[in-house]
Design a protein around this ligand. Structure first.
Ligand SMILES: CC(C)[C@H](C(=O)O)[C@@H](O)C(=O)O
Ligand code: SF4
Length: 485
């Protein structure tokens, strides 16, 4: 039984993983889980080879290809694997396969039913666990904090360090509490919550902090919804985003392939139950949001903090007090082809992307399908893609008949991967065209050179597909207002 001063979830996980504490406060931290994808790992393995080291704990690692994989059929009608056309992608994918085999790391190949985006696969397999330290060479690793894991992205040299030693040298972070209280309105979901948080904190507002999302809104959220929230911790600058594990977390994990079993499960559960922040634990910074004030949100600019309710308008850069924000807003509007005061609902779109590690889980697909059921996408839409986050999500969606709803409405139903979230595979948005996207970044060129991204929730993306413009899903579900093609 712990006595002494009340601790936060973050402090408890940190303390449980300190291998060595240096006089300057830097700690050598034990890493429990390491996810590996094809983009950031080849050089790390190469570095390991160069210095003649090996992988210390391959059993604590899981490798999955996701970024470079095309989302078109991976097996031809004769049952043969389809080769990846892009030479650089093909090489990175081949290296991941080779490195995993050489070092005995568990690996899901492109055609494995379990393949998917690392941040979807980890929780789904029960690889991600409460109280664990989890790393991946990827900035959206904080996603796993939704299950109470201390998870963060690392660079290639750190990947090499974890491969070799299963530890990292780290400085502890300040503690930020983001508390959201109350019920979300009709048509408002977890994506709207995290966009609201990013808007209120700003892109750098969480810098130097590990965030903990608390409050009744988070407690009432499903694990899928919590994953959407924690996924974007990096977009408000936080190193990690944590959510206390609870009965929902345990129910979600129980029986997953890589979760502990039998006695190990009981022992893990006993520890997990001690993890939530103690009453009276303190934070260095706090943000409180009333869930009732959150509307369906959408971005207008080229930074995830550029958020407005769908009922709002494109802001006037001159209204920003801060010089750098004003300049950034001017450049954003120029890139996005938008003018101040334009109503968000009057912005026509040509592409819709439902997918990415933010919003490609079963509940996301259900939310979009609920809007699309019995409706067709607008004739303005050139391409609408639904990309499940993993093969298992895809299979479940198909069992529920969601694929039929997507296809009948005019969507393409793709194989799992990062897809149009970023232009590292053939799924790209052409220059000057506009995409309603459920992903997490709207940076310049993110979905392809010159592409214009509006971030929103799966339900809002479906509403945009049906109307051919950014639309308020709450209104659509009552009365559809089409934009003339
Ligand atoms: C390619 C990868 C390193 C990158 C990341 O670090 O996040 C990508 O996943 C992203 O979302 O921008
Ligand atoms: S889906 Fe997008 S954000 Fe997530 S890991 Fe892939 S590229 Fe990064």
């Amino acid at each position: 039984m712990r006595t002494g001063r009340p601790q936060t979830l973050y402090e408890k996980i940190w303390d449980a993983h300190v291998v060595d504490r240096r006089p300057d406060g830097t700690c050598l931290i034990y890493i429990d889980r390491h996810l590996i994808h094809e983009v950031t790992s080849p050089q790390a393995f190469e570095g390991l080879r160069t210095v003649g080291r090996t992988v210390r704990r391959p059993d604590l690692m899981l490798a999955v290809p996701d970024h470079n994989l095309p989302t078109t059929a991976r097996v031809d009608p004769q049952g043969r694997s389809v080769a990846v056309a892009d030479p650089q992608s093909a090489q990175q994918l081949a290296l991941l396969r080779k490195n995993a085999a050489q070092y005995g790391i568990r690996y899901f190949d492109a055609t494995a039913p379990e393949q998917g985006i690392v941040h979807v696969v980890g929780p789904e397999q029960g690889f991600t666990l409460p109280g664990a330290t989890l790393v991946c060479g990827d900035s959206h690793t904080a996603s796993h904090g939704a299950l109470g894991a201390l998870a963060f992205g690392i660079g290639t040299s750190e990947i090499e360090h974890v491969l070799a030693t299963q530890t990292l040298l780290l400085k502890s972070s300040k503690k930020l509490e983001v508390r959201i209280e109350g019920s979300l309105g009709f048509g408002v979901g977890p994506k709207d919550v995290i966009l609201q948080i990013v808007a209120q904190l700003g892109a750098a507002g969480g810098s130097g902090f590990v965030a903990e999302y608390t409050g009744s809104t988070i407690r009432d959220m499903s694990i899928e919804g919590r994953l959407t929230v924690a996924n974007m911790a990096i977009e408000h600058g936080a190193r990690s985003g944590l959510i206390a594990p609870d009965e929902k977390t345990y129910a979600y994990l129980r029986g997953r392939p890589m979760a502990p079993k039998d006695h190990a499960w009981e022992a893990a559960l006993a520890w997990w139950r001690t993890l939530p922040s103690d009453p009276g634990a303190t934070y260095d910074k706090r943000l409180l949001i009333d869930a009732g004030t959150i509307a369906p949100n959408v971005t207008w600019g080229t930074n995830p903090e550029d958020v407005t309710p769908i009922t709002g308008s494109v802001p006037d850069p001159e209204q920003f007090a801060d010089d750098s924000r004003r300049d950034a807003a001017r450049r954003s509007l120029d890139y996005m082809g938008l003018v101040p005061h334009r109503r968000m609902e009057d912005i026509g779109i040509e592409h819709v992307f439902i997918g990415s590690c933010t919003n490609s889980r079963i509940e996301d697909l259900r939310a979009a399908a609920a809007v699309l059921q019995g409706r067709k996408i607008s004739s303005r839409i050139r391409q609408a893609m639904a990309v499940p986050g993993s093969g298992l999500v895809k299979r479940q969606a198909e069992e529920e008949g969601l694929d039929r709803i997507f296809i009948e409405s005019g969507f393409q139903w793709r194989e799992p991967g990062c897809s149009a979230c970023l232009g590292m595979n053939p799924d790209r948005i052409p220059a000057g065209e506009r995409c309603a996207s459920t992903s997490n970044r709207n940076f310049v060129g993110r979905q392809g050179p010159g592409s214009r991204t509006h971030l929103l929730s799966p339900a809002m993306a479906a509403a945009a597909a049906v109307t051919g413009r950014l639309a308020d899903v709450r209104e659509l579900m009552g009365n559809a207002r089409e934009l003339t093609p």
